[in-house]
Design a protein around this ligand. Sequence first.
Ligand code: MTE
Ligand code: MO
Length: 331
Amino acid sequence: MLIRTGRDGHTHPLSSEITPHAVWQQRRELMRLMAGGAAGAALATWAGRQALAQVQRPGKLAALPGARSSVAGAATMEKTTDYKDAASYNNYYEFGTDKADPAKNAHTLRTTPWTVEVDGVVKKPGKYALEDLLKLSAQEERIYRLRCVEGWSMVIPWVGYSLSHLVQRVEPLGNAKFVEFHTLADRATMPGIRSSVLDWPYIEGLRLDEAMHPLTLLAYGMYGEVLPNQNGAPVRLVVPWKYGFKSAKSIVKIRFTEQMPKTAWNKAAANEYGFFSNVNPDVDHPRWSQATERRIGEDGLFAKKRKTLMFNGYEAQVGQLYAGMDLKKNY
Ligand SMILES: Nc1nc2c(c(=O)[nH]1)N[C@H]1C(S)=C(S)[C@@H](COP(=O)(O)O)O[C@H]1N2
Ligand SMILES: [Mo]
């Protein structure tokens, strides 16, 4: 049985043990009961996701053993999110806006060959083959929380290395103040690009000091395997103290700039999504509170919401980056 829509619009199955057939019946029943309503659509999402989760884990992913990171504060002691949840409940609008869409649709993404172009105010611009970029530093496993602005969070063992290693290698010039991340926008393989929900390509950005912070991870794996497409293969960012949308997936260009980047979500709704987007329980999104969150996989009828932590729990590591800044203005 499926229950309840939270204020964040998410719904929660009581049991994860249901069979696909039961899911199908349940879905029909719910759709009949809630015909047309937004709640009905949200419930259908969960049901679809459950069905997918039965068959999903792709055995073909190459193993990526990584030594546990030595980056201070990188690991959390919290239970990691189940792989099937992390790989089937996603935001990746290039493959659709429903949480179940990326896992269903992202198989069309072609991740080899892959090049990342480096340009802007940088000493060593160029097109870099992904294989070469990945060799720039030893890979590490880092367990990070990632919190979506919509109110859900996960704990994921990512595999990658600090983006700072790459930045140092390409040598930004003295006037570089920001880094822009452009992600793939390919009409032929990404059905979501037909929608005008965002201005494509999906662009994200960081201040140079944020990009250089050791916690900022260039990730190319999770759970000891290469990234599934829906999680941003072949290479993405993970910026654990910022809302999830700052963690750009399937990066094709890294540009160093003097001006603050115009990011996809900021362009879409500037009053809702600021450039910084640091996780902050005291600064609400204009349409909902940011004070609490739900951990994916923990949710059920009686699951308590967790209190969201300042900078998503990474305040000791990153608080200094924002010393003296008004975080209500710089949201
Ligand atoms: N290119 C691209 N990157 C993206 C998104 C997107 O729609 N397109 N969604 C973002 C959002 S809103 C979140 S919460 C995270 C989700 O990452 P996950 O699916 O691995 O949990 O990816 C971010 N990166
Ligand atoms: Mo998100």
